[in-house]
Design a protein around this ligand. Structure first.
Ligand code: HEC
Ligand code: HEC
Length: 484
């Protein structure tokens, strides 16, 4: 199959297409040079010594769509009026690293051992960065087993990378959220993640972020007025029972500080309940502004596409052509971020993951996720959004059964595991999975993929190509809490 891609005409341009004045300026120095020997070292990763292939014009046209001269900035986020406000992003950055919004650790797997965030019952242990670690490319390289994430309890999926997340309109593997503020409040109140509540978070904002918050969003409600806003502590916020897995992590008792608690939250006047939700939503909008800055930046692949002909070794160059050719990857992993932003069923039979050997055998993916997003009061058509660009479909489609959002692939090689439960642990396994055409049964819905018939060398070349997509950003200043 690869023959199709290798240029046979002597007139075909060299492997690296020419772009005016591209090269070193455009492409910052490759930090992993030692780990990725350039072809000039005479030692391609596969060691097969084959000359770099020339590129078929049709393949080149496809490759160019993956690598525009400048990577596009995140599209406007109409749900968030503060999406591009640097003050909001700075506040959001502080909050992203702040464990002080979280309630008690719930699952006994939190035994203080390696990869856990502390002991069951301890509070103030979880922040966004606990599962989106900047040092690991904003994925979860920590949780025991490095597959599904362990926050206050186990989640049912692996943390998605936040690199280039500003490009996504529907969020999560299954599209469960359609706004950055919605997912932030969701994570805050999930017993698997921060196990906290909007009421506790709003009071924490009042106590610890009042000046910065009010400079962006205007006056806070008087959250120190205990006659109107029952004071919460980390020990009483969220779930105080045990967690069962249904497979959604579910609290045995009604959590506190959230709508429907029949307690602190529901006891407040309607206007005060709304005011508390607005503070938690604005916290999510500040975090959303920060997330939009997490751009992965240009990769060696882009450098190659824009004139630096030795930026990819021979194997990586062949992999690039397979990606748009015989691999068929570009059917779903299209555009500058290598995602079409759509859901697809790729026929992946769930296998046991993590130390608890969790199997999510019947995950219906977007069929349930999109339904939940449609019913979510914090969605883009709700009263807390600043606008609606129609990103959320009005109804679910049966084809969404067992389908998940195509992941972006820039930076993917840094992940400790792959797919929605992290069940594949190497990129070779991922490419072999696609090559095999997926499982024949054992998953909801109907698979869209079939066998590819690639050789072992082709698989190795595709894996090498995926490794060339790692970018050089985000800037170091975004990788830790800002100094006060
Ligand atoms: C306990 C681990 C954990 C913590 C803590 C956590 N996340 Fe996540 N995050 C995940 C997992 C797991 C997913 C994928 C969830 C899914 O698809 O069902 C995810 C997905 C996301 C996504 C969607 C990315 C995409 O491309 O679809 C965003 C955005 C996000 N998280 C932001 C946050 C923010 C903001 C916080 C802090 C308020 C946070 N996360 C805290 C585990 C975590
Ligand atoms: C029909 C659409 C489709 C095609 C074709 C396709 N992918 Fe995917 N890819 C997906 C979806 C959807 C997922 C996530 C599936 C899941 O988690 O259940 C995925 C996951 C991945 C992942 C794991 C990313 C992560 O964050 O865990 C990699 C790597 C990947 N694909 C590479 C490839 C390569 C290489 C090819 C070509 C050989 C390919 N894909 C073909 C849709 C597709």
């Amino acid at each position: 199959m690869r023959k199709l891609l290798v240029g046979v005409l002597s007139s075909v341009v060299a492997c690296a297409p020419s772009a005016p004045n591209a090269g070193q300026d455009w492409y910052p120095e490759e930090p992993d040079a030692a780990a990725n020997p350039s072809p000039s070292s005479g030692d391609a990763q596969t060691g097969d010594g084959a000359a770099p292939p020339t590129v078929d014009p049709a393949a080149m046209a496809q490759l160019q769509m993956l690598s525009p001269a400048t990577l596009p900035s995140p599209p406007p986020d109409v749900s968030n009026a503060h999406a591009d406000d640097p003050k909001a992003a700075a506040l959001g950055q502080s909050m992203f690293f702040d464990t002080g919004f979280s309630g008690a650790l719930l699952d006994p797997a939190n035994d203080g051992g390696p990869g856990t965030l502390g002991m069951r019952g301890q509070t103030g242990r979880v922040a966004c960065m606990s599962c989106h670690d900047p040092a690991a490319g904003f994925v979860d390289d920590r949780s025991p087993g490095k597959q599904i994430s362990l926050g206050a309890a186990w989640g049912r999926r692996t943390a998605r990378s936040l690199i280039d997340v500003g490009q996504a309109k529907l969020l999560s593997w299954d599209g469960r959220h359609d706004t950055a503020y919605g997912i932030s409040v969701g994570v805050l109140e999930s017993p698997a993640d921060l196990n906290s509540s909007r009421l506790y978070a709003a009071e924490q904002v009042y106590q610890r972020y009042k000046v910065a918050y009010e400079a962006i969003f205007g006056p806070l409600p008087p959250l120190d007025d205990t006659s109107r806003f029952p004071p919460m502590t980390a020990a009483v916020t969220g779930c105080q029972g045990t967690v069962t897995y249904t497979p959604e992590p579910t609290c045995s008792q009604i959590p506190h500080g959230v709508p429907g608690d029949g307690a602190e939250f529901d006891g407040m006047a309607y206007a005060d309940r709304q005011a508390v939700t607005v503070v938690a939503v604005n916290m999510g909008k500040a975090i959303g502004a920060y997330l939009r800055l997490l751009n992965g930046g240009p990769s060696r692949f882009d450098a190659w596409m824009h004139g630096q002909s030795d930026a990819l070794d021979a194997s990586e160059q062949r992999g690039a052509q397979l990606f748009v050719g015989a691999g068929g990857c570009v059917a779903c992993h299209s555009g500058p971020y290598l995602s079409d932003g759509r859901v697809h069923n790729i026929g992946l039979q769930a296998t046991a993951v993590s130390p608890i050997q969790f199997i999510d055998a019947n995950d219906q993916g977007a069929l349930i996720g999109i339904q939940e997003a449609i019913g979510d009061p914090l969605n883009i058509s709700g009263q807390f959004s600043d606008g609606n660009d129609g990103r959320l479909p009005p109804t679910v489609n049966p084809l969404m059964n067992g389908a998940f959002f195509t992941p972006r692939l820039r930076g993917v090689s840094k992940q400790p595991s792959f797919m929605n439960t992290g069940q594949l642990t190497t990129l070779t396994q991922v490419v072999e999975f696609f090559n095999s055409g997926g499982s024949s049964a054992g998953y909801p819905g109907t698979s869209e993929i079939g066998p590819l018939g690639l050789s072992a060398q082709d698989v190795a070349d595709l894996v090498a190509f995926l490794g060339s997509l790692d970018g050089t950003a985000p800037a170091a200043s975004l990788l830790s809490a800002p100094s006060p």
